[in-house]
Ligand binder design. Sequence first.
Ligand code: PLP
Length: 456
Amino acid sequence: MNEKKFLLSDKQIPSAWYNVVADMPNRPAPLLDPKSHQPVTVDDLSHIFARSIAEQELSTERFIEIPDRVRELYRLWRCTPLVRAYGLEKLLDTPAHIYFKNESTSPVGSHKPNTAIPQAYYNHIEGITHLTTETGGGQWGTALAHATNIFGQTAQIFMVRVSYNQKPYRKLLMNVWGGNVVPSPSELTEYGRSVLAEEPDCSGTLGMAISEAVELAIKNPETTRYCLGSVMNHVVLHQTIIGEEAVLQMEMAGEMPDVVIGCFGGGSNFAGLGFPFLRKNLTEGAKMRIVAVEPASCPKLTRGKLCYDFGDSAGITPLVPMYTLGHTFHPADIHAGGLRYHGAGSTVSQLLKDGLIEAQSVDQLETFAAALAFARTEGIVPAPESAHAIAVAVREALQAKEEGVQKTILFNLSGHGMVDMYSYDQYLSGALGDSSLSAEEIARSIEASQKRVGLL
Ligand SMILES: Cc1ncc(COP(=O)(O)O)c(C=O)c1O
């Protein structure tokens, strides 16, 4: 019998995170202060984030050591398994070998604790007792609640209203770990109140929830900092633990992937898996394709513009050089709530511009069809976000079959969907559809946002 799972021991938990910036032929343009338009410094970022995190954000060192306490906590669920999807291969009748890295085995069911734990840790050692954040699908908020509970901190979580209504059990999970959760836009902040005054039924966006969380942190500088679950370099950095393990596990399997696939919200699980493989392209002459998959209803990588934009809707965060749909873009209320974000991180954006990674988009119905195929063959119900990666793995496997070529495919199962059953109910009852987005809508949103950015 061939091996299905490739497992590493606790002792093999990587000792360093990988910072791709060190190996990029063209480094991303700097983050800019929103008012002065000057490059931000560690001091500037320290008003929002813990200082160690601000330092990591701007670091160009290739490897950053993982603190012992964080490695010890990673043992709660790491190393995660690498699994060969024999069942899916058989269903598709493909010559391709399909592997997935199973990040759904963490306490909260996704990759998000890989960064929640170090973020809570660094804040804790710097004496910060309150953390604020946003959450889309609810996975990130759950992860931060879990992490803050470990370090005796409190977490104030702004959950995008549409997800708050769709996923009551996510909110309860956050409550189990002591997190305070409010639907965003909320009455807790000036920004939230201003949105609700104009649009009382607003379903919210990640950008709005970020504005609320940053506002609260900035107002309480003695005790409080903001944490982000995606987009920024330090988040991507922490997530590279996924790819560092996966490189070792693919070696155990005796092959390297031809294509590495991750779904894409702000870029952290995609980059977390992909960047350690990309290092082999950049430094060892390997030629693996690294593919990001986004929803067709929120297509910043495939249809957005690379320019400076705000990370939030209110325009409080630093300006990030990113592929964006405009920070005021309001995506359709799709069920992959964690992918409803208007922009991409700066490293991913630069790498895409330079043709070193690729991007594809997938419609909602294709993702759920792939999710069911995976659940029925591999026995794991994937998160709707992760199903985007599965959909492109399926596309690649079917293409290999059509061309009659062997191909090795690796995708990230960023999370399970056991708390997302409402979306499966909607799909199985035929209530879900695809949503289309015209070129004019995208252009209008980008133009309006660029006027607010003020760099034109
Ligand atoms: C399971 C899952 N996958 C993917 C994402 C997208 O985030 P990122 O692009 O940062 O990995 C999310 C975000 O909430 C998520 O919950």
